[in-house]
Design a protein around this ligand. Structure first.
Ligand code: NAP
Length: 338
C-alpha cells in the first residue's frame, strides 16, 4: 500500500519530504551492531514503502557512507535520474575551533564525498557553546556554499529560540531547526514553535518515540534499570522521563495513550507520532531505524491514517498537566547539550 498524499510535506519550494523521516543515529554503533549490506537492503525497503527521507549526521558512524552506497545501488537499479526521489539530510557537528571558509568547505566536502553527491539536500548545523560566537562565521560560510549550489538548504539542530532569532537577524536564511519534541518533551511549544511559524522556519522532531519507550513494549512494565536499556537512545530518553515526572507518571501516560490507540485501531507509537506531527511548525518527525536489525515500516505507515479529535486530546492532556515544566528544569530547545 503506498503512503497517502498526506505523508508528504512541501519542505521547500523544490523539496518534498516524507513527514516521517528515517533516523540514522541508530546505525552509529551505539544501538547494537549494524551489518552494512543488510542496512542498505533495508534502505530500499523503507524507500519503496514511501519513507524516502533520511536524517543523518557526519558523526553517526557509517551513516553518510551508507547513504552513498544506497544512492550508488539505487542509480544502478533505477537510473541516476531517479536519485531525486531520495532526500538525505545530514548534519555538521564541528568541534569548537576556528570556522574559516577552508574549515567549513572541507567539512562539507567530506559529506558530499561520503554521500556520493555534488549537492547536499540539507545541512543541519550544530554548535556546542554559545559563548563562542564563531557559529555565525560557520553559518555565513555555509550560506555561501548554499548559494554556490553545494548545499540545497541550510538548517540548524538544537539551537534555542534566542540564537535562532540572532541568526535570522544576521540575514542568514534557515529552513528548519531539528529539536527534541515528544509528548514528554514539549519545550518547543513554549517559544520555538511560534518564532518558527512567524519566520517560515519548520521543526524536525526527534525523540518523539523516546527511543521506543513510547510503545506497548513498556506499558505496565516496572521501572527498567540501566542494564535493561540496551541502546543509547533508550538510556537518553529514560533520563528525560525522570526529569519530566518519573516512571509512574510515564505509565499513566502510556495507559492513556493505549486507550486512545485502541479507539483508532493503532499502536501507542502512532498516537505519539501523530500528536507531534499535528503541532504548529512541525514539518516531520524522525523515527530512528536500526537498519537490518528491526523495522516498523508498516506500523509507522499507520500514523498517517490517524486523525486525533478533541476526546483523544482530552484523554491525554490531564496526564501531561501533572508533569514538570521542562523549560524550567532544562531550558529551551537544545539546552540539554550545553
Ligand atoms: N539532532 C539531535 O541532536 C538528535 C538527537 C537524537 C536523535 N536524532 C535523530 O532522530 C532519530 C531518532 O532517534 P531517537 O534516538 O530520537 O529514537 P526514536 O525515534 O525516539 O526511537 C527509535 C526506536 O523506536 C522504536 N520504534 C520505531 N517505530 C516504532 C513503532 N511503530 N512501535 C514501537 N517502537 C517503534 C525502534 O526500536 P527497536 O529498534 O528496538 O525496534 C527504534 O529503534 C535519530 O536516528 C537521529 O536521526 C537527532
Amino acid at each position: 500500500m503506498p503512503l497517502p498524499a498526506t505523508s508528504r510535506f512541501p519542505f521547500a519550494s523544490d523539496l518534498s519530504i516524507c513527514r516521517i523521516l528515517n533516523g540514522m543515529w541508530q546505525v552509529s554503533g551505539a544501538h547494537g551492531a549494524i551489518d552494512p549490506g543488510r542496512a542498505v537492503a533495508a534502505m530500499f525497503l523503507y524507500h519503496d514503502a514511501g519513507f524516502t527521507t533520511w536524517d543523518l549526521a557526519d558523526h553517526y558512524g557509517p551513516a553518510e557512507d551508507l547513504v552513498g552506497e544506497f544512492r550508488h545501488q539505487f542509480a544502478a537499479r533505477h537510473g541516476a535520474d531517479r536519485l531525486a526521489e531520495i532526500q538525505a539530510f545530514t548534519k555538521w557537528v564541528p568541534h569548537p575551533g576556528p570556522m574559516t571558509r577552508q574549515v567549513v568547505e572541507q567539512a562539507v566536502g567530506v559529506s558530499l564525498r561520503r554521500m556520493g553527491t555534488d549537492r547536499l539536500d540539507l545541512l543541519q548545523f550544530h554548535w556546542w557553546d554559545y559563548r563562542d560566537a564563531r557559529y555565525l562565521d560557520a553559518l555565513k560560510h555555509l550560506a555561501e556554499l548554499r548559494d554556490k549550489g553545494r548545499i540545497r538548504h541550510l538548517a540548524l539542530t538544537n539551537f534555542d529560540t534566542e540564537r535562532l532569532a540572532a541568526i535570522a537577524g544576521h540575514g542568514i536564511r534557515i529552513v528548519s531547526n531539528q529539536v527534541q519534541y515528544s509528548l514528554v518533551d514539549r519545550r518547543p511549544e513554549a517559544r520555538m514553535a511560534a518564532f518558527c511559524a512567524e519566520h517560515g522556519i519548520t521543526l524536525l522532531a526527534y525523540g518523539t518515540l523516546l527511543g521506543g519507550l513510547l510503545s506497548e513494549k513498556y506499558l505496565g512494565r516496572p521501572e527498567p534499570g540501566r542494564g535493561d536499556l540496551t541502546t543509547a537512545s533508550l538510556q537518553k530518553y529514560r533520563q528525560m522521563i525522570d526529569a519530566w515526572g518519573g516512571w509512574p507518571l510515564f505509565q499513566e501516560l502510556l495507559a492513556a495513550l493505549k486507550r486512545v490507540a485502541e479507539r483508532h485501531g493503532v499502536g501507542i507509537a502512532n498516537i505519539g507520532a501523530r500528536y507531534v506531527l499535528d503541532r504548529p511548525a512541525v514539518a516531520g518527525v524522525i523515527v530512528g531505524a536500526r537498519l537490518g536489525v528491526a523495522e516498523h515500516v508498516a506500523d509507522n505507515a499507520r500514523t498517517f491514517d490517524v486523525v486525533l479529535d478533541a476526546d483523544d486530546l482530552a484523554a491525554i492532556e490531564p496526564v501531561l498537566a501533572k508533569s514538570r515544566d521542562l523549560m524550567r528544569v532544562i531550558g529551551d530547545c537544545g539546552d540539554e547539550y550545553r
